[in-house]
Design a protein around this ligand. Structure first.
Ligand SMILES: [Fe+2]
Length: 243
């Protein structure tokens, strides 16, 4: 998104992104250098900047290893099936039946994971502000306001059995709804879009919260970047929202 790019450039100018990208490159070279069409974007903010709500070590492992693993898997699939990289991610996920059966489940999991995590990094950040404007009006209209959204979203996230995600989905008409998905499924599989989503896999919170998922769900709201969410909401209504 344009503003994220701008923020990224601003951070890069200060050396913050450059330094973190370098450490990631060292990791990548030492293990599984990405060679294919899928790439892991660096975070647009310092890796420790979501503390104390999400600790730097969790962020590092989550972004550099878990998300990277999805990228590596996708690049391996793309070696023999380059068509999965030739269409936009939402199009591939919305048409999984077109993906060869032998790799369909793998693409569903890894591309879903790539999409989910790309969105996740994008909607978080330090000093995220408050919801306002159109997106706040939609939250009031469709989800009963911020307090009810947080209560219902956290409850839904708490009910996810095992690993999965809790989302607020957005339609082209701007209508919002809370949904959960197992594994790395993304609402795009059903042709929908995620406005926001929280990762309730244990890897997202276990170092800091252990089994206390409810505490993580509650604290996570402090990391939401409402400017990015507003931009996603505007893009969703014009059909321009990517992942
Ligand atoms: Fe995750």
């Amino acid at each position: 998104m344009p503003s994220l790019s701008r923020r990224h450039l601003m951070l890069a100018a200060t050396g913050i992104v450059a330094a973190s990208a370098t450490s990631r490159l060292v990791f990548a070279q030492g293990t599984m250098a990405p060679t294919g069409p899928f790439k892991l974007d660096p975070l647009a903010y310092p890796i420790n900047s979501l503390e104390p709500h999400i600790d730097a070590k969790t962020m590092e492992i989550h972004h550099d290893r878990h998300h990277q693993a999805f990228i590596t898997n996708l690049n391996n699939f793309a070696k023999d099936n380059p068509q999965i990289a030739e269409k936009p991610v939402p199009e591939v996920l919305a048409n999984l039946n077109s993906v060869p059966e032998a790799i369909r489940t793998g693409v569903r999991n890894s591309m879903g994971g790539h999409a989910n995590h790309t969105m996740f990094w994008q909607i978080m950040g330090p000093n995220g502000g408050k919801p306002e404007g159109d997106v706040l009006a939609a939250i009031d209209r469709d989800l009963g306001g911020m307090e009810k959204l947080q209560t219902d979203f956290n409850a839904a996230g708490g009910r996810v059995f095992g690993s999965g995600w809790v989302f607020v989905t957005v339609g082209k008409d701007g209508k919002l709804a809370i949904e959960t998905r197992p594994g790395q499924d993304n609402p795009m599989i059903d042709g929908k879009r995620a406005l926001i989503g929280n990762d309730v896999w244990e890897h997202a919170y276990y170092l800091n919260y252990q089994n206390r998922r409810a505490d993580y769900l509650k604290a996570w709201w402090n990391t939401v970047n409402w400017k990015a969410v507003s931009e996603r909401y505007a893009a969703a209504k014009t059909g321009a929202l990517g992942v």
